[in-house]
Design a protein around this ligand. Structure first.
Ligand SMILES: CC(C)(COP(=O)(O)OP(=O)(O)OC[C@H]1O[C@@H](n2cnc3c(N)ncnc32)[C@H](O)[C@@H]1OP(=O)(O)O)[C@@H](O)C(=O)NCCC(=O)NCCSC(=O)C[C@H](O)C(=O)O
Ligand SMILES: [Mg+2]
Length: 297
């Protein structure tokens, strides 16, 4: 069975306190935006930012330039903070596609937010996304990801919080991310085990578009579904890097065509252009083609 693919290649944080940035979002080609109430908003502005949510969602565009509806997510403050509970209630009144929970440490953090959502929405309505950005989240990542196997948990996506991970662990943030990579790969494994989407962390040097494109290419190779972004200039490179390449689409088509030949009906393994190809590659090819079709690649 081919799962429905929801592109999340480019997911842009927009501070709820930044009117200029908010005004720009409807014209952008990102797959999703995260309206941020957490780290992008100063403590003194948090209540005012929260009060703007209704107005922000009232202006929600029906479709972006691709004719697709851009997902809109709200990142609330941690539920244990003085703002978290009110953020969650205000966010729910705006009916976002998902709530992004920051500083998740344990499965209980996700289940607790889910309990609040259950009072208002069916599990297929508002979803939960979780930031993986604390040492405890990494230690508990298997059980957190496992929640993704139960639709009632609403959990559908992990977002790597590399800035907080660097802050909390003291690892050096090098351009090649050598000290972060083992944890990022742990996130990839856990997300796949739980059937979750997974977004890479942000690239802070937003004027360095070459460096950004390199990091996107690497993240796509590592298995991420997309990247979290901080600036509109980062959208195009992310959309490109996380879409199937023309070569990959052509190869997937040839695998599909080869298995469709009458002579290969019932065969589990075939030879194609000097390579062994199995039915598992056909499944992979069909998934890639569905992804390319959904993106319009
Ligand atoms: C990084 C910025 C502060 C830079 O802002 P600025 O100097 O204003 O950039 P520009 O002048 O180049 O902007 C050009 C135009 O683009 C608009 N803009 C800029 N950023 C955004 C955005 N994020 N969304 C929408 N529009 C945006 C500007 O308004 C300009 O518009 P115009 O003049 O009309 O052409 C700024 O980009 C920014 O604040 N980015 C978001 C920062 C943020 O959200 N941070 C928190 C999330 S990251 C995080 O928390 C990581 C995670 O938790 C972890 O732990 O790692
Ligand atoms: Mg963070």
């Amino acid at each position: 069975m081919i799962e429905t693919y929801r592109p999340r290649r480019s997911v842009l944080y927009v501070p709820a306190s930044n009117d200029k940035a908010l005004a720009k979002t409807s014209s952008l080609a990102c797959d999703a935006v995260i309206i941020d109430l957490e780290d992008a908003v100063a403590p003194a502005d948090k209540v005012a930012a929260r009060e703007k949510l209704a107005g922000i969602f009232a202006k929600r565009p029906v479709a972006n330039h691709n004719g697709r509806r851009c997902e809109m997510i709200v990142r609330i403050n941690p539920l244990a903070s003085e703002w978290g509970a009110d953020d969650l209630l205000a966010a729910l009144r705006s009916e976002p596609d998902a709530i992004l929970l920051p500083k998740v440490d344990t499965p209980r953090d996700v289940l607790g937010a889910g309990d609040v959502l259950d009072d208002n929405f069916a599990p297929d309505e508002v979803k939960l996304w979780a930031m993986i950005e604390t040492p405890k989240a990494l230690l508990n990542i298997g059980p957190i990801a496992e929640l993704g196997r139960d639709p009632a948990s609403r959990l559908v996506c992990f977002v790597a919080g590399t800035n907080d991970l660097v802050k909390e662990t003291g690892v050096l943030a090098t351009p090649d991310r050598r000290y972060l990579t083992p944890w990022l790969m742990q996130m990839v494994l856990a997300a796949r085990a739980g059937g979750l989407d997974l977004l890479d962390g942000v690239f802070n040097e937003f004027r360095d578009l070459d460096g950004f494109a390199r990091e996107c290419t690497e993240a796509a190779a590592m298995g991420f579904d997309g990247k979290s972004l901080i600036h509109p200039a980062q959208i195009d490179a992310a959309n490109r890097a996380f879409a199937p390449s023309a070569e990959a689409v052509a190869e997937a088509r040839s695998v599909k065509e080869a298995f469709a030949l009458a002579e290969n009906a019932g065969r589990q393994v075939i030879a194609l252009n000097g390579k062994m190809v199995e039915r598992l590659h056909l499944a992979q090819a069909e998934k890639l083609l569905a992804k390319a079709a959904a993106i319009g690649a």
